[in-house]
Write a protein that binds this ligand. Sequence first.
Ligand SMILES: Cc1ncc(COP(=O)(O)O)c(C=O)c1O
Length: 402
Amino acid sequence: MYKQMQERYSKTTASMQHSFIREILKVTKGVPGMISFAGGLPSPESFPKILLAELFSKVIKQEGDDVLQYGASDGDLVFKHIIKDFEEVPYLSDDEIMITVGSTNGIYYFTRALIDPGDVIICEAPGFPGSLAAMESCGARVVGVEMDEYGMLPDGLRETIKALMKKDEQVKFVYLIPEFQNPSGRTMNCDRRRDIIKIAVEFDLPILEDQPYRELRFEGDRISTLWELARTEFNDPTLVTIAKSFSKILGPGLRLGFAAGPPEIITPMVKWAQKSTVSPDCVTQRVSARFIEQGHMQRQIQNIIDLYRPRRDAMIKALKTHMPESVRWTNPQGGMFIWVTFDEAVDTDDLFELAVKHKVAFIPGSKFYPKENIKKNELRLNFSYADPELIEEGISRLANLL
Ligand SMILES: Cc1ncc(COP(=O)(O)O)c(C=O)c1O
C-alpha cells in the first residue's frame, strides 16, 4: 500500500492551518442579503483599470524585450529609482531596497533571514494574522504586547523583553504596524514611536515596520515613520527595516511591495528571493514605475481617500446611533478598519455565529491575537469594501443582536 501524501508532509506543513479570515470570506461571499464588514479588501472602485490596461499594453509593446525577460531578484532598477524619488529617499543606495511580491513577501523574507525555529518575535496584540502566520511558518514564536490608543505600550514591551530574556529566549525582532493598524485602526503617535525606538536601542533589537496603509490618511498631520526617526533623530540607519505595499493604493492583485533597510538584512532577504520567486513580476514592476513616473499616483491616492473617508464617517455615525452606551470603538484617521470593544461579557466568536445567521459579518477579535494573549470581547469592522448604502443597516443589525 502506497503512503498517502499527507503522511509525507513535513512537520511544518502538517501543522499549518488555513487562514480563518479566508474561511470567513468563503462563508459570507455571494450570500444574498449579506452585509459583510469582514474582508480586508480595498474597494474595486479604487482600481485604476483603464490607465493600467493602457500602460500594460504600452510597456509590453515598447519595453517587452526587457521586461518579458528574467529580472533581478532584488527588483527592477528602473522601478527602484522611481520609488526612491516618490518616497523622497533618493540618497538610499540600491542595496538598501528590494522589490517584493506584496509586503507579506518582504515580511516573510525578513523573518526567514533572522529566525531559527523557536526564536521569538514581539508584536502588537491585537496584530495582523497574515504576518503572524508567515512568521510562525518560519518556526517563530510570536508574543504579543498590549496596546492603548497610541499603539504598543512601552512598559509592556520592556517587561516582555526582560521576562523573555530571563528565560533565555532568543528575542529576534519587534514587528509593528504603526499607522492605521490592522486590525485596530490605531496610529502610534510620534512620542510613542520615539519611546519604542529607545527600548529597541536599549535591548539591541531590530524593528520591522509594516506600513501598507500610510498613504491613506484622511485627516491629521503625517507622522515620521520609525524608519525615518531611527535615521534622523537616532542616527541609526540599521535599526529599522520598513515593508511597504502597493496593495492598498494600486491593487493587491498586482502583488507589489518593497522593503528598505540596511544592506546587512536586504542582502540575505534577496538570497531567499532567489530561491523562491526568482524575481518579482517584471512587467508589473515597470508598469507601476511608469504609472508613478507619469504622475498618476498622487491623484490615485487622493481618489481612494475621497472614496473611503465618507465610508469611515458613515460607519462611525451608525455606531454612535445604534450601539449601546457601553460599547467603544476606535476613530481611525485613515486606513480601512475600525475596532470595536464590548464589555467583558460579550463573546464575539459566539456573536459571529449569530450575526452570520442575521446576514451581517465581521471578524471576531480573537483571530487577531497570538495564542497566548487571546481576548474575546472585540471585533474588527472593515469600511473600505462596504457598500456605503448598507453601512447603517449592517451596523444596526449588529447592534440589535447585542
Ligand atoms: C498590516 C498588513 N501588513 C501586510 C499586509 C499584506 O499586504 P500585501 O498585499 O502587500 O502582501 C496587509 C494586508 O492586508 C496588512 O494589513
